[in-house]
Design a protein around this ligand. Sequence first.
Ligand code: UGA
Length: 315
Amino acid sequence: MRALVTGAAGFVGSTLVKRLIQDGHDVIGIDAMTDYYEVSIKRANISSIGLDRFSFVEGDLNKLDLVSLLQGVDWIFHQAGQPGVRKSWGEDFAIYTRANVDATQRLLEAVRQIDTVKRFVYASSSSVYGDAERYPTQETDRPQPMSPYGVTKLSAEHLCCLYAENFGVPTVSLRYFTVYGPGQRTDMAFTRFTKAAVLDEKIQIYGNGEQIRDFTYVDDVVDANVRAAQIDSPAGSVFNVAGGSNTSVNEVLDLLGELSETSLSVDYGEKIAGDVYRTGGNTDQIRNALGWSAQVGLREGLEQQLNWARTTFGG
Ligand code: UGA
């Protein structure tokens, strides 16, 4: 198959590209190389892919000639976006609407003109739920985002559903729950925590650390993408992709202390606006439709990320 991956230089995008190539597919990667976190990391992600079966286009989805790029493409994995729940307030909101809503709408319009596309997989987010009405949260529960970021991810998901409904664009939206693992973005908790453990630095916790997340290992998220592309599901489908960990940040710190055999130095500060108290996803739908379930538990996954942090940040 010929796959197009947007956000190919990012954490999930670059891991997905490697899996697709390993599975024998040809991949076109697109990335705007924005500087929300170190561009050098994105360049390193692209270099680590290798050029066999992979071509890379650096550019902005709001400007590129997408119809030309989509010629002959079978699968689209739309991973690009402006991430980060805590930074989406104030003037920066315009960055989020442009990268998450406008770019998705532009891509969907282009896909309407291409008849080879068999699946359009959209990287949605658990942040669409906000503080949910129940746990584990089901896809049909009322979304009520807590952050402007979550609003943009939900808007783009709605766009996918209505292009499916009106024009038959074969979209599947995957709601990722806090993805972690080797290569995780440097603004995210596990990379910050494991780096601090390796370098014996202070860990900053937002709030009292009792917030709960359904942390999901990156290879499991990549596998959900591959299944969503390969296995038929109705256009406009929406699935939770949740690792099943349901663990508080304090419990993560305990586990990390044990795995790293260090006593971590932790500072507790203010809770940040936009952070939800809890995420937790019911995964019955994706198990029934795509045969997906998380394979990597928190202990094993955190150990993998700690090993990666030792190599990446260790002296
Ligand atoms: C993550 C991603 O950053 C979002 O892009 C994604 O959409 C979202 O998951 C999702 O599931 O939809 P978040 O859960 O905030 O958002 O992920 P982390 O940055 O790993 O934070 C996890 C928890 O640790 C949060 O409660 C956060 O406040 C806390 N944290 C994070 C700290 O206490 N200190 C830090 O230095 C970083």
